[in-house]
Write a protein that binds this ligand. Structure first.
Ligand code: PMP
Length: 453
């Protein structure tokens, strides 16, 4: 148990701040890391300690913590026009410019964009759009939303209902009409003797069964992350999106790609759907959209969805939805700069070039018998700890929290997720910093495994 002087930052945090998604026994025992500033991929705390943040904050700080161009873009826009909305037929010039740019870099030749403050709100917004369109089209029963086990789509009431995590039971969620299909994790969910292609075929058959059971006329859309992120970094099995999309198309159900994590380079392409070779009907974006330098989310509609929404709006001549800060001019100016940073300052190439090195380094670490699976792509990876084979460690050992805490002691931030630890560094990571990440992770894993095996 740590004790801090009552005036310390740590004590003040514990007295007055609420912690989201935090293992409170760890905070009681270890105190709070109160962050003061950052430099490249490093953060520094009030005690003067330095940590390599291998998680880019929460996947979002893809250009590190001190990119001068992004701060300048924000400052220039604050000086020019510090804030405005997108209601009543008004919106900032930056909002217009970003919408045009997002469609330019989208998988479509035309489309429309709606802005939110977060990824959760973007998912909620799109669900409301689907409900709105269903009613306008004379199919008001089209309300059910399909997602997958272990998916993470956010924390608002709707997006938490899409998030297939048992912890949402404490809120009495999910709401009715949110259906969670099998998580496409071959290593965990594949059956004895089943090939990856057979696993994919089984998941597509499950989708079809659910559609037939519920009725296609009751289903509004299917949302999926190209690689499940907070579900434990789970890339799809072979042919997955092609098989799922074929079933969805047959029944006229839109496929929505939640690119909050994958979007803007994390998988080595601008979109995860590009990496996995499918064209969705809509995209949800956030996080790297502004390189984490401003809170913002976007709903991007492809041509068909944009037309459907417009047709639904036409009779009432209004879409009654929007946030005070939708299309905030500073957020839009920062996003325009962030897109340039990723596409024109070589960050996409950096991920492509570094991904092999990252995999190789992690593969060497994953040779340890207590690592069951290494999985990932680009700059998003997870190592899953096991007692042996595929058998997890006993829950009361809190293995991934121990690993993450030991990493913190070694000056490395990484995130516990189930029994896995996640690494998703900024795209600006140098080779030397990548080696530092490997060394610290390896040392922490060896220490923890020696303690509990
Ligand atoms: N979708 C995905 C795939 C996410 O990973 C997240 C956040 N981690 C969200 C939605 C929700 O975004 P936010 O935290 O900005 O509400």
């Amino acid at each position: 148990m740590t004790t801090h002087s009552p005036n310390s930052w740590e004590a003040r945090a514990e007295a007055h701040a609420l912690y989201g998604f935090t293992d409170l026994p760890s905070v009681r025992e270890r105190g709070t890391v109160v962050v003061t500033h950052g430099e490249g991929p490093y953060i520094f705390d009030t005690q003067g300690r330095k940590y390599l943040d291998s998680n880019s904050g929460l996947w979002n700080m893809v250009a590190g913590f001190d990119h001068p161009g992004l701060a300048e873009a924000a400052k220039a826009q604050y000086d020019r026009f510090p804030g405005y909305h997108a209601f009543f037929g008004r919106m900032s010039d930056q909002t217009v410019a970003l919408s045009e740019r997002l469609i330019e870099v989208s998988p479509w030749d035309r489309g429309k964009v709606f802005y939110t403050n977060s990824g959760s709100e973007a998912n909620d917004t799109l669900v409301k759009m689907l409900w709105f369109m269903g009613r306008a089209e004379g199919t008001p029963a089209k309300r059910k939303i399909l997602t997958r086990g272990n998916a993470y789509h956010g924390v608002t009431a709707v997006s938490a209902s899409m998030t297939a995590k048992p912890y949402n039971e404490v809120f009495g969620l999910p709401l009715d009409g949110f259906i969670h299909l099998t998580c496409p994790h071959y290593w965990r969910e594949g059956m004895e003797g089943e090939s990856e292609a057979e696993f994919t075929a089984r998941l597509a058959a499950e989708l079809e069964e659910v559609i037939n059971r519920e009725g296609a006329d009751t289903i509004a859309g299917f949302f999926a992350e190209p690689v499940l992120g907070a579900g434990g970094v789970i890339p799809p099995p072979e042919g997955y999106f092609q098989a799922m999309q074929a079933v969805l198309r047959k029944h006229g159900i839109p496929l929505i790609s939640d690119e909050v994590i994958c979007g803007f380079g994390r998988t080595g392409n601008i979109w995860g759907c590009e990496t996995y070779d499918f064209v969705p009907d809509a995209i949800i974006s956030s996080k790297a959209l502004t390189a984490g330098y401003f809170p913002m989310g976007a709903v991007m509609l492809g041509p068909e969805m944009a037309d459907r929404l417009q047709a639904a709006i036409d009779p009432i001549e209004e879409f009654p939805h929007g946030f005070t800060a939708s299309g905030h001019p500073v957020g839009c100016a920062v996003a325009l700069k962030a897109i340039d940073v990723v596409l024109e300052e070589g960050l996409l190439e950096a991920v492509r070039a570094g991904a092999g090195r990252m995999e190789q380094g992690l593969r060497a670490i994953a040779a340890h018998p207590n690592i069951g699976e290494l999985r990932g792509i680009g700059y998003m990876w997870a190592l899953e700890a096991v007692r042996e084979g595929k058998t997890p460690f006993e829950g009361d050992l809190s293995v991934s929290e121990r690993i993450a805490n030991t990493c913190t002691d070694h000056g490395l931030i990484c995130r516990p997720l189930g029994q896995s630890v996640v690494l998703c560094p900024p795209f600006t990571l140098t080779d030397g910093q990548m080696d530092e990440m490997f060394e610290k992770l390896d040392a922490a894993l060896r220490k923890v495994f020696a303690e509990i095996t």
